[in-house]
Ligand binder design. Structure first.
Ligand SMILES: [Zn+2]
Length: 333
């Protein structure tokens, strides 16, 4: 399938002052043939083509952006999600030993996956790509995080599941705390892979049992600010972001040890809810799994990514099941 080209991307970039636009998930889920043009999208995150007006870009396909009652992202607070322990899902992503394609879609930077699967009890999904938002789209109990990674999976029937992973800033190497409750112990496998646990803010204590994955603990404590795990994979991917500053460009990453990412996020649990794509056409029925385990990158790396992405987060939507924010506004203005 030929990618949809968004020819006014240059106008958008000039209009908003930085690279904007990216094609809808529905058009870039599938890896493209080698040499095929990288699609650059038409929507934006600010101005007239921003989230408040996405429906106007293509009313016939984007109407749900302005009417849907299960739109994403949302504020991840107690009561809007149910906790899924990692033992309930099977996540497998092979190491990308030959590296992977890394491209600038205008509205995000994206790695095209070379395999990977998410198996739930009722469905099997294939990893298509993972991309990044800056700042985070979901809020962590009311708090915006530096970035968010979306790992997009799809079934043969085109059903979509997304694993969202908060990416915070490495605090510069302060020593891990000795507090046995506030700081989980990395698994032996994590140690073998060279993870470095570092203390982050910990404003909410974990469950009395000390379990970071226990469902019971999360029923009363919506988000545990567990220490982030420094991610060599993200550092490796972003080491190449300077090569794709221009929308529509691509490069190749060095080899990516994706197993380390799986190891990290499967060490926590997942806050799950039924939502939507966070970009046009805002399709609903998307199964979201927001990882409780954050990843970390260095401040210097974050700044390099920010210089390319700029800003690409849709504003938080209403609680799932409640009226669309735009319909509410329309009734009041
Ligand atoms: Zn996304």
């Amino acid at each position: 399938m030929l990618p949809r080209l968004c020819l006014h991307s240059l106008f958008l970039a000039a209009f908003a002052g930085h690279a904007l636009a990216s094609c809808s998930y529905g058009t870039h889920l599938h890896p493209r043939a080698e040499g095929e043009e990288v699609p650059v999208n038409t929507f934006a995150y600010t101005g007239i083509n921003g989230p408040m007006n996405w429906v106007a870009l293509a009313p016939e396909t984007n109407s749900i952006c302005a009417t849907g009652m299960r739109q994403s992202p949302i504020n991840m607070v107690d009561g809007v999600f149910h906790m899924v322990p990692s033992s309930d899902i099977k996540l497998e992503i092979p190491d990308f030993t030959e590296g992977a394609e890394f491209e600038n879609l205008g509205t995000t930077v994206e790695v095209v996956a070379k395999g990977g699967s998410l198996q739930l009890s009722e469905a099997n999904y294939t990893l298509r790509q993972f991309h990044f938002h800056l700042p985070s789209e979901h809020l962590d109990n009311g708090t915006s995080i530096a970035m968010e990674m979306h790992m997009v999976f799809e079934t043969a029937e085109k059903d979509i599941a997304v694993i969202g992973v908060f990416i915070d800033l490495d605090n510069g190497g302060s020593p891990a705390t000795e507090d046995p409750i506030a700081t989980p112990t990395p698994t032996a496998a994590a140690k073998r892979r060279g993870f470095h646990l570092r203390r982050q803010e910990s404003s909410i204590a974990p469950s009395p049992t000390g379990s970071f994955g226990g469902v019971q603990g999360f029923l009363t404590v919506p988000m545990i600010k567990a220490p982030g795990i420094t991610s060599p994979v993200l550092e490796t991917v972003f080491s190449k972001v300077g090569e794709i500053k221009t929308p529509g460009t691509r490069t190749s990453t060095p080899p990516l040890a994706m197993g380390s990412v799986v190891q990290a996020i499967m060490g926590g649990s997942f806050q799950s809810y039924s939502g939507s794509l966070t970009t046009p056409p805002c399709k609903e029925g998307v199964r979201w799994f927001v990882a409780t385990q954050k990843l970390q990158i260095s401040t210097a790396t974050f700044e390099s990514v920010r210089s390319v992405i700029g800003f690409n987060a849709r504003y938080p939507q209403n609680t799932p099941g409640q009226p669309n924010m735009l319909q509410l506004a329309r009734a009041q203005v």
